[in-house]
Design a protein around this ligand. Sequence first.
Ligand code: GLN
Length: 256
Amino acid sequence: MKRILIMIMALMAAAALLVAGCGGDKKEAAEKVLRVGTEPTFAPFEFQKEGSKEYDGFDMDLIRAVGKQMGYKVEIQNMGFDALIPALNAGNIDVVAAGMSITDERKQAVTFSEPYYTSGLIIMVNKDNNDIKSLKDLEGKRIACQIGTTGEGKARSVAGAKVTAFNTNTEAAMELTNHGVDAVINDSPVVGYYLAQGGNKTAKTVGEVMEAEQYGLAVKKGNDKLAADINKALAELKKNGEYDKIYKTWFGEVKK
Ligand code: GLN
């Protein structure tokens, strides 16, 4: 009796292995998908041209190149900036590509790739504003920013400031144009692009770029295999000139 039971159990185990094996093969035959989360009001890193659903920008080109290098089909999902890390942790996306600065606080929640771009925050005010020249001058003033960003963190560090955190950068900039706030704090290359695209008719930057921030691609904490594969792909793209090509497309010159 006992021997028969053992035989049945062994057969069942073998069958289970076979089924698992087949399933695995099937999965590998289908195209692997890299689910990418972004927040597309952050030109020139991620944005949608008016009337288009396509995702444009430096990060978008970079993540598509990274995915290609890794043999993945890249699918991009649009969500609020403050929803990106929760989406990673819930397993709804595999990677965040959103001009996300590598910070100690975020490192507690996610695993970052090697840095791929150096940025920093800057203050933008209306052209007719001659009172605000530095962060100190923002004390007690109204500041707009995007929710969940390092810009919001900086704004909240200003004594007595009234901070409004918007879902999108577009709304934050509009609030400044409407004189609903005195300043916006956002990433310098994004503010620069906005001004160059016509924002300079009404707005300008003041002061220097605040301390440097590095952008990283983020994966779920502990997903070291994916992080390593992404780093390998990034290194390859830097070596084979693809990174420089993408950089040139969006910033006009190759960063040294
Ligand atoms: N780099 C900033 C941050 O990580 C802003 C990013 C963004 O708005 N997409 O918070």
